[in-house]
Design a protein around this ligand. Structure first.
Ligand code: KIV
Ligand code: ZN
Length: 522
């Protein structure tokens, strides 16, 4: 719970569903957004920025439903500095037990030039729009976008106006990831000292990671007096991303001796939500990513392994259990029963009902027949990757590879209940397979991303394949896991196609694409 009277409490404001989802290709479905919001709420995130309600009908619906379902978190929506945006935002967030309107405008010389406003005209606009937001909602956040490149005097002037107009939180965005830790701390401290009324509001920090300093800049801002950190799971976000929630939360917890501030986050939920965000966004986490990377708690070298066995503190500053990793990874096999499977799934953070367990048990047995040992990561892949949807389904496939790189692929698909077969040649088995699928289901989609990850070690490891397709401004990501990489590729491609077809049907061409591009924001 947000408690601004506790001076050492840092409010966690998560913007995975707004700034994170805004990054090209990270589009999530409505159901996925609801699921992530529920996980954020359960893990103790104080404020969830659930979307940008005026950007599209889809964003509006998602923010409204997240607001209706919220339990403890405050639900926030983004709005530009105009009445239409703010009204639409309020319509969506007002359903929450606790709501917030977040309105912003670019205040740096470069950003002021976009709407072509003078300093005075912009100051008036800020006064009008923040007052309007405050008349609707008692909790209003205001951001001077590109604050770190805004002239000092003007920044102080507009923050004072926003506070007088009723803003309750002042966010200082480092929109282009330009600042550095010393400057970040100093800026917040000087603003709190200089701006009249600053002690009546919460100062927030919102950093982008263009120079790899987002986490350091956010923590420095807290040292300077900020008490809200804006962040995303896995650091998802535009360009190099936003501050990673898991990094700031674990840094505050692990080095509380020198950073004596705390958050309300249940850190044992970190790993599960990290995996879910990676899956639904299609943005895999790099292996050596701090806290949530696959190797973050792996010790490969003999010296390290020996040291770990003697005393884990030799090489670990955090315990894997603290972020929800089970620590041990005892594999299941084909003789394991339903109870063992349910028990393992629960340790991994999946609450499964009896029917779901039945279904997943069949898939687990199928995998265990093909693999000697089924590891935690294999199970996570099974749980999180839904099968290809309704319209197109893979019936069978046969691939022949030649030594010169040429390959032939025969694919049989069920297309709306009818079996269709095609054979194509290509530059390697995946290319030939994708061509065969296109021959069966001709489409104008463009392949924007193709990524393969081995989920566990060994030649019988499951490969997780992500495929991102784009068509007329719509983007869909498909994923699949299989011990055969080419089968996983075909299924991921079909999964993405099914998602595109579903969106096309539901919303018509272009409806799922953002109507307002981030670059157009004024
Ligand atoms: O980076 C940024 O400036 C933003 C604002 C909308 C707060 O995301
Ligand atoms: Zn941002």
């Amino acid at each position: 719970m947000t408690n601004v009277t506790d001076q050492d409490r840092v409010v966690i404001f998560d913007t995975t569903l707004r700034d994170g989802e805004q990054s090209p290709g990270a589009t999530m479905t409505h159901a996925e957004k609801l699921e992530i919001a529920e996980l954020l709420d359960e893990m103790g995130v104080d404020i969830i920025e659930a979307g940008f309600p005026i950007a599209s009908e889809g964003d509006f619906k998602a923010v409204s439903e997240i607001a209706q379902r919220s339990k403890n978190s405050r639900i926030c929506g983004l709005a530009r500095a105009n009445f239409a945006d703010i009204d639409r935002c309020w319509e969506a967030v007002k359903h929450a037990g606790k709501s917030r309107i977040h309105t912003f405008i670019g205040t740096s010389p470069l950003h002021r030039a976009i709407p072509n406003l003078t300093q005075d005209e912009m100051a008036d606009k800020i006064h009008e729009t923040v007052s309007h937001a405050r008349n609707l909602c008692e909790n209003v956040q205001w951001s001077p976008m590109d604050a770190t490149r805004t002239e000092w005097d003007y920044l102080c002037r507009v923050i004072e106006i926003a506070i007088k107009a009723g803003a309750t939180t002042i966010n200082i965005p480092d929109t282009v990831g330009y600042t550095a830790p010393v400057e970040s701390a100093d800026l917040i401290k000087r603003l709190i000292d200089a701006v009249p009324g600053a002690d009546e509001v919460v100062f927030a920090t919102h950093c982008h990671n263009d120079l790899g300093m987002a986490t350091a800049n956010s923590l420095a801002a807290v040292a300077g007096g900020a008490r809200q950190i804006e962040c995303t799971i896995n650091g998802l976000g535009e360009r190099a991303g936003n501050t990673a929630l898991e990094e700031v939360v674990m840094a505050l917890r692990t080095r509380n001796d020198i950073m004596p501030w705390h958050t309300g986050i249940d850190t044992t939920k970190i790993m599960h939500i990290s995996r879910r965000v990676a899956t639904v966004s299609g943005f895999n986490v790099q292996f050596n990513k701090a806290i949530v990377g696959k190797n973050a708690f792996a010790h490969e070298s003999g010296i390290h392994q020996d040291g770990m066995l003697k005393n884990r503190e030799n090489f670990e500053i955090m315990r894997p259990e603290d972020i929800g990793l089970s620590g041990t990874s005892l594999p299941l096999g084909k003789h394991s029963g339903r109870a063992a499977l349910r028990d393992k799934l629960e340790t991994l953070g999946f609450d499964v009902g009896d029917n779901q367990l039945k279904d997943i048990f069949v898939r687990f047995k199928d995998l265990a027949d093909r693999k000697k040992e089924v590891f935690d990561d294999d199970l996570i892949a099974l749980m999180t990757l839904d099968e290809a949807g309704d319209h197109l389904q893979l019936v069978s496939m046969k691939v022949t590879c030649g030594t010169g790189g040429q390959a032939e692929s025969t694919v049989e698909l069920e297309v709306d209940g009818k079996d269709v077969i095609a054979t194509e040649h290509g530059d390697g088995p995946v290319d030939a397979t994708f061509k065969a699928i296109r021959a069966i289901y001709p489409n104008k989609t463009q392949l924007q991303l193709y990524q393969v990850h081995a989920v566990t070690e060994g030649t019988d490891a499951q490969a997780t394949v992500s495929v991102r397709l784009g068509e007329d401004g719509m983007i869909a990501t498909g994923q699949s896991a299989n011990t055969d990489t080419v089968v996983a590729s075909a299924k991921a491609y079909i999964h993405a196609l099914n998602r595109l077809i579903m969106r096309r049907e539901k919303t018509g061409p272009g409806a799922d694409a953002r109507e307002i591009s981030y670059k157009d924001l004024t």
